[in-house]
Design a protein around this ligand. Structure first.
Ligand SMILES: *Cc1c(COP(=O)(O)O)cnc(C)c1O
Length: 227
């Protein structure tokens, strides 16, 4: 596993430096959904410090088992409001906020824990009916609405473009997300930073880095195919 992790890190470094960015401007989120706890332990021993998980129940078990280790957890799946309280306990960053109602519930739960929950707004940039996320033209308003919530800090945007085998076909979606990010940043909304762009997976992360990704979410290239 160590050689796979190192190979991914090297590809991240090469992609970043290839377009004039510092390698440490891109964080690797190791996507461990469906992987059992011993596999995560091996990954931690191989140097992984940040896991991305998609399912709350699974993440709770892993967090309980591994919470004492020096690792961070990001939530990248679809979050139901009735699971918000668990999400707030476990995750340093929630990538998938796509409604004011969800943000309000997270705010309430974060307030109870005395925490400021960091989030990203998930954008359905390709407007596929099957994808989570809000439409591009709704993001600015949502950012303004969330900025009024005391226990939520918006850190940027996330997207899942359609799956194409050719990374060049997803490039326009990554570029669009960055342009949207820049537009919202120029509004200088209080409590809304737009520093993070979560985009890029195993099949297309180098393209995402070229288009400005700061968080790449990679599972298969590290753990192999999920079954
Ligand atoms: C599973 C998943 C990933 C990782 O995908 P790979 O192709 O295995 O790298 C990234 N982001 C999200 C939201 C996912 O659900």
């Amino acid at each position: 596993m160590k050689s796979k992790i190192n190979a991914v890190r090297e590809r991240i470094t090469r992609a970043a430096e290839g377009c004039g960015r510092a390698a440490d401007s891109v964080q690797l989120v190791t996507v461990s959904k469906t992987m059992p706890i011993p596999v995560l332990e091996t990954a931690i021993d191989a140097g992984v410090r940040l896991f991305g998980e998609n399912y709350i129940q699974e993440a709770r078990e892993k967090h309980t088992a591994l919470g004492a280790r020096d690792v961070q957890w990001h939530f990248i799946g679809h979050l139901q409001r009735n699971k918000a309280k668990y999400a707030v306990r476990i995750f340093d960053l929630i990538h998938s906020v796509d409604s004011l109602r969800l943000a309000e519930e997270l705010d309430k739960q974060a307030g109870k824990s005395g925490k400021v929950q960091q989030i990203l707004i998930q954008v359905n940039i390709s407007r596929e009916a099957s994808k989570s996320g809000i439409r591009e033209d709704e993001v600015l308003q949502l950012a303004r609405d969330i900025s009024g919530l005391e226990h939520i800090a918006v850190k940027g945007l996330m997207t899942m473009p359609p799956f194409f085998n050719a990374p060049e076909k997803v490039r326009p979606f990554f570029r669009q997300l960055k342009q949207l990010r820049d537009r919202i940043r120029s509004e200088n909304i209080g409590g809304v930073d737009m520093d993070e762009l979560s985009m890029g997976m195993t099949g297309d992360f180098e393209t995402a880095i070229e288009e400005g990704a700061t968080l790449v979410r990679i599972g298969t290239a590290i753990f192999g195919e999920r079954h």
